[in-house]
Ligand binder design. Structure first.
Ligand SMILES: NC(=O)c1ccc[n+]([C@@H]2O[C@H](COP(=O)([O-])OP(=O)(O)OC[C@H]3O[C@@H](n4cnc5c(N)ncnc54)[C@H](O)[C@@H]3O)[C@@H](O)[C@H]2O)c1
Length: 253
């Protein structure tokens, strides 16, 4: 593929963590990247790293749970970078609490960012994919989809994303669009650092405790997840659709 028909990938929540690593990895695969996050300025570091590596990237400020902002962001990406053909729904938040303490807003915030956000972004991008006869969608699920204490909201959203993914695969397959889900285990990012702080542990001790329970005896890095996403978004993965890949350093119960 020449640079004139370079495919455009949108990575949500790409200012840091797994999203930033994915943006860099997909840029390395020759994709032009829309680096999307709540605040465009927070995307500057990821964009600068892509630029420095000789890639092409655009910082886009957008709250994925806001329909108007999503519409404008995808229109702008299509105009300034090109029609999006790859979408990674990665933006996420935690509002952990045991069920009896979980507020309406803890529930709604998590549903809105993960589920509504993935729905709005996918609906806005799919017409570009269908029109071009090519699309790759990856939704970030989690090992918490199998159930996790203190995460009734998050585990429901992450399990919901698996059903969403399989439905997209069935509806969009005939248009050359695949949809898959990557479900990380423990990955060292600001998200897990915040969880360590919430439970009153130092991040190093928290990671060591997690690593001792993982068969490969280490916690994950954002690049571990970016590698799996690069496979699903690759040109060669057109016959792989509707799958959920747990990337967790071992099998899960
Ligand atoms: N870190 C882990 O151990 C882990 C495990 C399983 C799944 N995940 C999932 O992977 C994804 C990335 O996680 P991470 O650890 O890199 O998290 P992170 O907190 O480091 O980064 C998340 C990014 O999403 C952005 N974001 C939040 N709400 C947004 C919104 N409404 N609109 C646009 N952007 C928004 C944040 O600003 C942030 O830059 C999330 O969906 C998370 O649930 C993470």
């Amino acid at each position: 593929m020449s640079t004139t028909d370079q495919r455009v990938a949108v990575v949500t929540g790409a200012a840091r963590g797994i999203g930033a690593a994915t943006a860099l990895r997909l840029a390395g695969e020759g994709r032009a990247i829309a680096v999307l996050d709540l605040d465009a300025e927070a995307c500057a570091e990821t964009v600068a790293q892509i630029d420095a590596a000789g890639g092409r990237a655009l910082a886009v400020g957008c709250d994925v749970s806001d329909a108007g902002q999503v519409r404008s962001a995808v229109d702008r990406i299509a105009t300034e970078l090109g029609a999006p053909q790859i979408l990674v729904n990665n933006a996420g938040v935690l509002r952990d609490n045991l069920l009896f303490k979980m507020s309406d807003s803890d529930w709604d915030t998590v549903m809105n960012v993960h589920l509504r956000g993935a729905f709005l972004m996918t609906r806005a991008c799919q017409s570009h994919m269908v029109d071009s006869g090519f699309g790759r969608i990856v939704n970030l699920s989690s090992s918490s989809a199998l159930g996790n204490r203190g995460q009734a909201n998050y585990s429901a959203a992450k399990a919901g994303l698996q059903g969403f993914t399989k439905t997209l695969a069935k509806e969009l397959g005939k248009f050359g669009v695949t949809a898959n889900s990557v479900a990380p285990g423990f990955i060292a990012t600001d998200m897990t650092a915040a969880t360590a702080a919430r439970v009153g542990m130092g991040f190093e001790d928290f990671q060591a405790a997690a690593a001792s329970q993982i068969p490969v005896q280490r916690v994950g890095r954002p690049e571990d997840i970016a590698n799996a996403i690069a496979f699903f978004t690759g040109e060669a993965a057109g016959f792989v659709s509707g799958q959920v890949l747990y990337v967790a350093g071992g099998p899960l119960d």
